[in-house]
Design a protein around this ligand. Structure first.
Ligand code: SAH
Length: 372
C-alpha cells in the first residue's frame, strides 16, 4: 500500500545507545518528588517539571527557567525526557495522523490522532504486538513482544499532542492501539495518572477510554482502582461458539463472565459501558447474530459501537456490504439497543491497529529513518 508519508525521523530527540540516564516519563509525580527531596530540593519542583513537559511541551531541562540552574544540569545528567524516535508519520485527508514510534530496543508501536469537529482524540498502544490473537487484527499476528513502559505510553501522547495547532486542544484518549491494556494494567494506569493530572495533560477520566478484549480479573482490578475511566469491551460475537473462534482468549473465559465483570465495572464506576463489535462480512453480521446481540445487551446501560472491518492484507475477512450493514443496524435498533455505527477513519493510512507497522515491515521503498 502507498502511504502518504508526510515526514519521517523527526521530532523526539532520541539517542539511545549507551545513554544510561533514566526515562523521566517513567516516574510518577511521587517518584519525582522523592528524587528531588533526596537531592536536597523541595518536592513542589516535581509539579513544575511535569508542567514544563506536558503543558509547556518543553523537553530540554535547560529551558525550564523557573528551576535553579544547578538543578537543571542535575536533571539533565540523570534523566532523558524522550527515549523513542518517530520513525514515520502519515496523514489522511480526513485529518487522521498516524505515527510509527521506534522504541529503544528496536520494537515499534503505532499511535493515532483523530480530528472530529472540535474533538481531538488520540489512540495509544499499550504493548508491542498483542497476545490475545483476535483472528482479524493485524496487531497480534506475530504475538506479543513486551509490555510498554509507563514512559513509552506517555511519549505517544506527547508526540501526538505536539502535532496539534495552537488552536487545537487534546480532548480524548483511547487505549485502543496495539496490545491489550488490561494485560499491562499497572503501566497503563501509571500513564493515565499523569494524563489526567492537572499538571500533566489535564484530560478528565470521563474522556479517557480503556478498551479490552475482556479479562475479568483485570476489569475488577480496574474497578477497584477507583478512577472512573470509560471501559470499552471488544465483544465481536453474540455467542461463545463464534466468539471463541474470533477472539481465542474467550475459550478460557466465556461471554457470561465478561459481561458479569463489565456489569460490576458499571456498578462501581457509574460509567456507561461501551461494547465494540467489528463487523466482518459473512462471519458475524447476519440478522440472527444481530438478534442474539440485542438479547444480550438490551437490558444493560450500554452503547454498542459497530465498526465495519478495516481489511488487513493477507487475512481472509472482508467489510460487509452496505445492505447487510443496514439490515444489522435495523435488527439492533428495533431490538432496543443503543447503537452507533462508526465511520471508518483513516482507512487510507492503515488506521486499524497494527497495520502500519506490518505494511512498513513488508515494503522496501519506505524504510523508516531512525535518528541517532
Ligand atoms: N486489545 C484491546 C484494544 C486494542 S484493539 C481490545 O481488544 O479492545 C482496539 C479495537 O480495534 C478492538 O475493538 C479491535 O477488535 C478493533 N480492531 C482490530 N483490528 C481491526 C480491524 N482490522 N478493523 C476494525 N477494527 C479492528
Amino acid at each position: 500500500m502507498n502511504l502518504p508519508v508526510i515526514d519521517s525521523g523527526i521530532s523526539s530527540p532520541a539517542s539511545n545507545s549507551g545513554d544510561e540516564r533514566r526515562h523521566l516519563l517513567d516516574l510518577s509525580q511521587e517518584d519525582l518528588k522523592n528524587w528531588l527531596v533526596e537531592h536536597g530540593q523541595p518536592g513542589f519542583r516535581a509539579k513544575q517539571i511535569i508542567h514544563w513537559v506536558y503543558q509547556r511541551r518543553i523537553s530540554d531541562f535547560r529551558e525550564m527557567s523557573d528551576l535553579p540552574k544547578a538543578l537543571r544540569s542535575q536533571l539533565d545528567e540523570s534523566f532523558r525526557v524522550f527515549v523513542t524516535s518517530q520513525t514515520a508519520a502519515v496523514q489522511s485527508s480526513d485529518g487522521t495522523d498516524k505515527l510509527l514510534i521506534g522504541l529503544p530496543d528496536g520494537g515499534e508501536v503505532e499511535c493515532v490522532l483523530l480530528r472530529d469537529g472540535s474533538r481531538r482524540s488520540i489512540c495509544v498502544s499499550s504493548q508491542v504486538g498483542c497476545a490475545m490473537g483476535c483472528v482479524f487484527c493485524a496487531s497480534g499476528l506475530d504475538g506479543v513482544d513486551r509490555n510498554l513502559t509507563t514512559g513509552e505510553i506517555l511519549e505517544q501522547m506527547l508526540l501526538l499532542q505536539a502535532r496539534l495547532e495552537d488552536s487545537e486542544r487534546l480532548s480524548h484518549i483511547v487505549m485502543m492501539g496495539m496490545g491489550e491494556p488490561l494485560a499491562n494494567l499497572d503501566r497503563v494506569l501509571g500513564a493515565l495518572n499523569i494524563a489526567r493530572s492537572a499538571d500533566g495533560l489535564g484530560i478528565s477520566p470521563r474522556r479517557i477510554t480503556i478498551s479490552t478484549v475482556g479479562l475479568p480479573p483485570a476489569i475488577d482490578r480496574l474497578a477497584s482502582n477507583g478512577t472512573p475511566y470509560n471501559l470499552a469491551v471488544s465483544l465481536h460475537a453474540p455467542n461463545d461458539q463464534l466468539r471463541s473462534k474470533l477472539v481465542p482468549v474467550n475459550q478460557k473465559i466465556g461471554i457470561d463472565k465478561v459481561l458479569d465483570a463489565a456489569d460490576r465495572y458499571f456498578d462501581s464506576s457509574g460509567r456507561r459501558l461501551t461494547f465494540e463489535y467489528v463487523l466482518l462480512g459473512g462471519v458475524n453480521d447476519s440478522p440472527d447474530h444481530g438478534r442474539q446481540l440485542a438479547k444480550l445487551l438490551k437490558h444493560r446501560t450500554v452503547l454498542l459501537n459497530v465498526i465495519p472491518y478495516n481489511p488487513v492484507e493477507g487475512l481472509p475477512y472482508v467489510t460487509p456490504t452496505k445492505a447487510s450493514i443496514a439490515e444489522f443496524r435495523q435488527v439492533l435498533e428495533s431490538g432496543g439497543v443503543n447503537v452507533k455505527f462508526r465511520q471508518r477513519k483513516g482507512d487510507e493510512i492503515d488506521a486499524a491497529c497494527g497495520q502500519l507497522r506490518r505494511n512498513r515491515g513488508n515494503s522496501n521503498d519506505q524504510e523508516p529513518s531512525t535518528q541517532n
